[in-house]
Structure formats: structure tokens, C-alpha cells
Ligand binder design. Structure first.
Ligand code: IPM
Ligand code: MG
Length: 350
């Protein structure tokens, strides 16, 4: 059985995943790694961004670690064949409905944030984004020609009580192991799906999690509060689209996308999907400039949440912190190290 399936993907994906391989080979040589094509590279080679073979391998592994997908090369591919469609199909196929996106500010990088140092130093915010429902998957969706001229596009935002409840449960359980506070963000003032979201979270809280502090916040206000006073949040749970937007916003607070990992989890025991939250960065791909830390920290999350190796996860985390403290920096965080050199700086601290 494969322990960790690597999906390097496109752009800087292969470069950052190569550094994960080095870390895994050093720290956990007993883990069985495998690799498959995914994203644009898979479309080029096999005519589909997610082949049946890759999906089957992902479901059969204990954890899946993706690099990045997409790029200008595939902009004109049919929409359902685009790399991003492959990613959505992988999330749906693996049924990983709860996406954990931590925004952690490493002390050594507090000055790299676009906010004042005191607002972000010590920041440890966990966004829990619903990942397999909402407007990303809702039907109907189409663009149609109108008889009177012009066109009309429809996307559908749809949530069931079961979908809301299972992701909210993940948020409450996480909060219990942290600072015991959940903020739930929606637009219950204008959307029926937001109204249901608020009701279901409130009910679940009353039934099972009344020991956890719960706060409801409209998603637009949440966007503002994240830049006003990010440390007021502990766990922030929200839907697929708001979570996409708010997690990019939160990431920027920490000094850059190059550092942030994510974990997408499904039912207990099923494999998790781990990805750095940065994209494929086609502008710097293949040049050895990418920061491998987000991918390495995604490996840390895989060790913790899917592979049952919290001590090894702690080792990876500590090595990254020490490498940053020693001044190791790739270009995105104000340094000159290459991807390989940054990976080596982490290895040296392991
Ligand atoms: C993300 C990305 C994806 C998303 C894209 C690449 C489909 O922005 O993981 O946040 O929108 O979910
Ligand atoms: Mg996004």
C-alpha cells in the first residue's frame, strides 16, 4: 500500500515536491512513496487532468500530496479538461470536504507581512473551508445564448444540512484542541444558503459543542476583521467560495503564500489531500526560485493528520522554524536561496 502519493502537477509543483521527497527520504525512509501525473501535465500526456488511474491511486493511498496545477498553457483547453477541473474532481472523488488552511505567522517573518508587525506576530488562525459543495459544484451551471441577444450565466450555491454539519463538526473539534473559539462566516443577511448555514451551526453547537465559544460573522465583515485584527480569530469556518477568498487574504498576512500548507480531510480513516496553498506560479516555474516550505509544511500536515506520525510532524515543523531563524530565505520572502538550497537548509536542521 502506498503511504504517500505525490502529484507534482504543473508549474513550480515538481520543484517543490522534489524537496518534499528529500525530506521524506531523510526523515521517514520507511514510508512508501508513489507518484502520478495530475493537472495540465496529465492532460498533455493522457488527455485528462485526472485519469481514472490517478484517482484510483489517490483513493488507495493513505495520503496524497499535490504540488500545484494550472497555467496559461491550458487556458484554452475545454473547461472540463482544465487542470483546475481535475483538482475539483480529485477533491470530490476523494470526498475531502473539510479543508484546513492554517495562517501561521512565523516570528522570523513577521516583518514580511503587509500588516504592522504587532498585528500579526504570533498569529495562528485556522480557516476551515467547506471543499466539496456550494457554488463550486452546484447544479445547474451553464452559459446560454438569449433569444433577444446577449448571454446568461448561471452558477448555483447549494448546501444541505448534512454538508454544513459535517464541516462545522470538524471546526468545533479542532477548536477544542486550540483556543476553543469558532467563528462561522456566511451571508445570512442575503442568502438562503447562509441562513441555513447559520441555523445548522447554531443547532450543532447547542447539541454537542456548547463548551466551545461560537460567534457568527457576515463574510464581508470577516474579510474586514481579518485585516483589522486577525488575532481575534481561532478557527474560522466558512463555505467553499468564501473560504477560497478569505484563505488567500489570511495567507497574505503571514508574509506570503510560499509558506502556507493545507489539508483536506474526509471521513475518519479515508486518505487526506494535502496541498501548498500557492498556485503553479508559471512566471517562475523551472527556475529554482520557488519556496518549497509550503509543500514541506503540507507534508508535515500529512504526517500529522493521515499518517499517524505526530512526532515526525513536529520534527519537520521545528526544522522549518530553525531554518527560517537561521536566516534561510527564498526570493519571495526577501532572500536569495534557490528551491533546492532552501530544501537543504531544512534538511540540515532535521
Ligand atoms: C485554491 C485554488 C483553487 C480553488 C483553484 C485552483 C481551483 O484557488 O485551492 O484555493 O478555487 O479552490
Ligand atoms: Mg484559492
Amino acid at each position: 500500500m502506498t503511504d504517500l502519493l505525490l502529484l507534482p502537477g504543473d508549474g513550480i509543483g515538481p520543484e517543490v515536491i522534489a524537496e518534499v521527497r528529500h525530506v521524506a527520504e531523510r526523515l521517514t525512509p520507511d514510508l512508501k512513496l508513489a507518484e502520478r501525473d495530475f493537472g495540465g501535465v496529465s492532460y498533455d500526456r493522457h488527455g485528462s487532468p485526472l485519469t481514472d488511474d490517478t484517482l484510483a491511486a489517490a483513493k488507495a493511498a493513505r495520503a496524497v500530496l499535490m504540488g500545484a496545477v494550472g497555467g496559461p498553457k491550458w487556458r484554452d483547453a475545454p473547461r472540463h479538461k482544465r487542470p483546475e477541473a481535475g483538482l475539483l474532481a480529485l477533491r470530490e472523488g476523494m470526498n475531502v470536504y473539510a479543508n484546513l488552511r492554517p495562517a501561521i505567522c512565523f516570528d522570523a517573518l513577521a516583518d514580511a507581512s503587509s500588516l504592522k508587525r504587532e498585528l500579526v506576530v504570533g498569529l495562528d488562525l485556522m480557516i476551515v473551508r467547506e471543499l466539496t459543495g456550494g457554488i463550486y459544484f452546484g447544479k445547474p451551471r451553464f452559459i446560454e445564448d438569449l433569444p433577444e441577444g446577449g448571454r446568461r450565466a448561471v452558477d448555483t450555491q447549494v448546501y444541505t444540512t448534512a454538508e454544513i454539519e459535517r464541516v462545522a463538526r470538524v471546526a468545533f473539534e479542532l477548536a477544542r484542541g486550540r483556543r476553543n473559539k469558532v467563528t462561522s462566516a456566511e451571508k445570512s443577511n442575503v442568502m438562503d444558503s447562509g441562513l441555513l448555514w447559520r441555523e445548522v451551526v447554531t443547532d450543532l453547537h447547542a447539541r454537542e459543542f456548547s463548551d466551545v465559544e461560537l460567534e457568527h460573522m457576515l463574510a464581508d465583515n470577516a474579510a474586514m476583521q481579518i485585516v483589522k485584527n486577525p488575532k481575534q480569530f481561532d478557527v474560522l469556518v466558512t463555505d467553499n467560495l468564501f473560504g477560497d477568498i478569505l484563505s488567500d487574504e489570511a495567507a497574505q498576512l503571514t508574509g506570503g503564500l510560499g509558506l502556507l500548507p493545507s489539508a483536506a480531510l474526509g471521513v475518519a480513516g479515508a486518505p487526506g489531500l494535502y496541498e501548498p496553498i500557492h498556485g503553479s506560479a508559471p512566471d517562475i516555474a523551472g527556475q529554482g526560485l520557488a519556496n518549497p516550505l509550503a509543500a514541506i509544511l503540507s507534508f508535515e500536515m500529512a504526517l500529522r493528520w493521515s499518517l499517524g506520525r505526530p512526532a515526525d510532524a513536529d520534527r519537520v515543523h521545528a526544522a522549518v522554524v530553525r531554518a527560517l531563524r537561521s536566516g534561510a530565505r527564498t526570493r519571495d520572502i526577501g532572500g536569495t536561496l534557490s528551491t533546492r538550497e532552501m530544501g537543504s537548509a531544512v534538511l540540515a536542521e532535521l
